[in-house]
Design a protein around this ligand. Structure first.
Ligand code: ADP
Ligand code: ADP
Length: 451
C-alpha cells in the first residue's frame, strides 16, 4: 500500500468484553466438544455454525447469510463471534443492533456502509522497525483521568524485553501501556511493538513462561538477534480505515476534538471507490490479502424494508462480509411496510438465510458457563456460591447470573474473604434484581399509580 499513508492503527476498544471468553466454536478433530474454546453446550447450534464455516471456507456461501433465532441470552452473539473466530484469529467481527441504524447523526445507508466496511480486513506485509522479545518484567504507571475522576488512567509503562542474544528496557507511553493491559501482557509473553505506530502484538508464550488456561497463548520460541530490528510484519487494516484515511488526506474530514466529526460526516462514494481500487491493486500485486469478516446484526426485526434491500445488494458485492442476523421475534410486521413476515424479515431476504436455532440452557450448561466466566475474571467461587448462581441462572437468566459475579466478588472482598460464598451471592441478588423481577415490580405498582 505504497500510494496511501495510513496514519495510525489502534486496536478497537473491546466492545465484546461480555464474550471475551469465546475463542472459537469448540471444535476438536472435526467434532463439537461439550466445553471448549470457552463455549459450553448449545451443541446442535454450534454444529450448524461449523457447517456454515466450512461452506464459507469453500467459497460456497456467496450471496447467503445466517439467521440465528432463540430466546435472549442463549448465546446468539457468542455463536456469531465463534464463527468469526473459527474463520481465523484476525477475522473482523462487527456487532450492532437493528435499532442502532436509526441514529439521528448519520444517514442509515452511511451507518450501514461503515459497518460493512469495518467488517472487511486487509492484511499487508511490510518491513517495519520493531522491538521484539520475551517480556522479562512490566510495570505500569497510573494516574487519575484528566476529566473523569472515576476513571483510572494508565500513564505509561516500563517494560523489559529479551531475546536469546539481547535485552532492552523500554519506557513506553500511555497508548502502548493501554494495549499491554488490554492484551493481558505479562511476564513470559513474547511481544512485538511497532516503533512508528506503537501497535502491540502478542506472538505467544516463551518457553520460560508458565502456561495458564485462560487466556490460552500459543507456545513460541524466544526470538534471536537484537530486540530492536527491522522485520517483515503483517499489518492489519479495515476497509473503513482506508476510507477514513483517504477522506482525511483530501481534507474532507478533519480530526476534530474527540473524533466526533469523523463519526458524523458522510464519506463520498467516490472516496470509497478509490479505496476499493487501491485495495484491489495492492492485492493484485501480491502485497496484501483480503480478510472478509462477520457483520452481526442483533434484533434484526428492527431493520426496515430499505435496510433489507441495502443489505441484500451488499451481500452480492465483491467486498462483502458474512452477514449474520439474530432475533427472538416470531411473526412481525416488516418495518416500513404493512406486511407481516416471519421474524419481521422480508421473504426475499429470508430466502437467502440459513436459520440456526439456539435453545434455553440446562443447569449443567449454566454451571459451566458461570465457572468459566468466573475463572476468566480471576474470581474464586465457592461450591455453594456456584450452586446458587446456577439455580439463579435456571430460574431467571444466564445473563442475570453472570451479572451478579462481580458484585458478589466485591462484597466477598469487603467481608475479608478471597473466595465468593453463597451468602455474598444472596446479598447482591437482593440488591440487583433480574429483568423478570423488575418487570413484575413495575407491574405491581401500575395499579397504585394509575392517573
Ligand atoms: P444472546 O445474543 O442470545 O442474547 P449472548 O451471546 O449475549 O446471548 O449470551 C449471554 C452471555 O452468556 C454472554 O456473555 C455470552 O458470551 C455467554 N454465553 C452464552 N452462551 C454461551 C455458551 N454456550 N458458552 C459460553 N458462554 C456463553
Ligand atoms: P418459486 O418462484 O415458485 O418460489 P423458484 O423458481 O424460486 O420457486 O424455485 C426455488 C429453487 O428451486 C430455485 O433454486 C429453483 O432453481 C429450484 N427449482 C424449482 N423448481 C425446480 C425444478 N423443477 N427443477 C430444478 N430446480 C428447480
Amino acid at each position: 500500500m505504497s500510494s496511501i499513508k495510513i496514519e495510525e492503527v489502534r486496536p478497537h476498544a473491546e466492545r465484546f468484553a461480555a464474550h471475551s471468553h469465546i475463542r472459537g466454536l469448540g471444535i476438536r478433530n472435526g467434532k463439537v466438544e461439550f466445553s471448549a474454546d470457552g463455549f459450553v453446550g448449545q451443541t446442535e447450534a454450534r454444529e450448524a455454525a461449523y457447517i456454515v464455516v466450512k461452506m464459507i471456507k469453500e467459497g460456497k456461501f456467496a450471496g447467503k447469510g445466517v439467521l440465528i433465532v432463540g430466546p435472549p441470552g442463549t448465546g446468539k452473539t457468542a455463536l456469531a463471534l465463534g464463527i468469526a473466530r473459527e474463520l481465523g484469529p484476525e477475522t473482523p467481527f462487527v456487532a450492532l443492533s437493528g435499532g442502532e441504524i436509526y441514529s439521528l447523526e448519520v444517514k442509515k445507508s452511511e451507518f450501514l456502509m461503515r459497518a460493512l466496511r469495518r467488517a472487511i480486513g486487509i492484511k499487508i506485509r511490510e518491513w517495519r522497525r520493531v522491538y521484539e522479545g520475551e517480556v522479562r518484567s512490566v510495570e505500569f504507571r497510573y494516574g487519575r483521568h484528566p476529566y473523569n475522576p472515576y476513571l483510572q488512567r494508565v500513564l505509561g509503562a516500563t517494560i523489559k524485553l529479551r531475546t536469546k542474544d539481547d535485552e532492552k528496557t523500554l519506557r513506553v507511553p500511555a497508548e502502548i501501556a493501554q494495549q499491554l493491559i488490554e492484551l493481558g501482557v505479562e511476564e513470559g509473553d513474547v511481544i512485538m511493538i511497532d516503533e512508528e505506530t506503537g501497535t502491540v502484538s502478542v506472538a505467544g508464550r516463551g518457553e520460560g513462561g508458565e502456561q495458564y488456561d485462560v487466556p490460552a497463548r500459543r507456545r513460541v520460541e524466544i526470538p534471536k538477534g537484537p530486540v530492536y530490528k527491522e522485520k517483515e510484519v503483517v499489518r492489519f487494516f479495515t476497509l473503513h480505515e482506508v476510507d477514513m484515511s483517504l477522506a482525511r488526506q483530501r481534507g474532507l474530514i478533519s480530526a476534530m476534538i474527540f473524533g466526533f466529526a469523523e463519526e458524523t460526516k458522510e464519506i463520498p462514494d467516490e472516496v470509497r471507490r478509490q479505496a476499493d481500487e487501491i485495495v484491489k491493486k495492492t492485492v493484485e500485486e501480491g502485497k496484501a490479502e483480503l480478510v472478509p469478516g462477520v457483520l452481526f446484526i442483533d434484533d434484526a426485526h428492527l431493520l426496515d424494508i430499505e435496510t433489507f434491500a441495502f443489505l441484500t445488494r451488499a451481500m452480492e458485492t465483491e467486498f462483502a462480509p458474512i452477514i449474520i442476523m439474530a432475533t427472538n421475534r416470531g411473526f412481525a410486521k416488516v418495518r416500513g411496510t404493512d406486511i407481516e413476515a416471519p421474524h419481521g424479515i422480508p421473504q426475499d431476504v429470508l430466502d437467502r438465510l440459513v436459520i440456526i436455532k439456539t435453545r434455553p440452557y440446562t443447569a449443567e450448561e449454566i454451571r459451566e458457563i458461570v465457572s468459566i466466566k468466573a475463572r476468566e475474571q480471576n474470581i474464586a467461587l465457592g461450591e455453594d456460591a456456584l450452586k446458587l448462581l446456577t439455580s439463579i441462572g435456571v430460574e431467571h437468566s444466564l445473563r442475570y447470573a453472570l451479572q451478579l459475579l462481580v458484585p458478589a466478588y466485591i462484597i466477598a472482598k469487603e467481608r475479608g474473604r478471597s473466595s465468593v460464598a453463597a451468602e455474598d451471592v444472596e446479598y447482591v441478588r437482593g440488591h440487583f434484581i433480574s429483568t423478570k423481577e423488575s418487570v413484575e415490580y413495575v407491574k405491581s405498582l401500575e395499579g397504585k399509580f394509575l392517573r
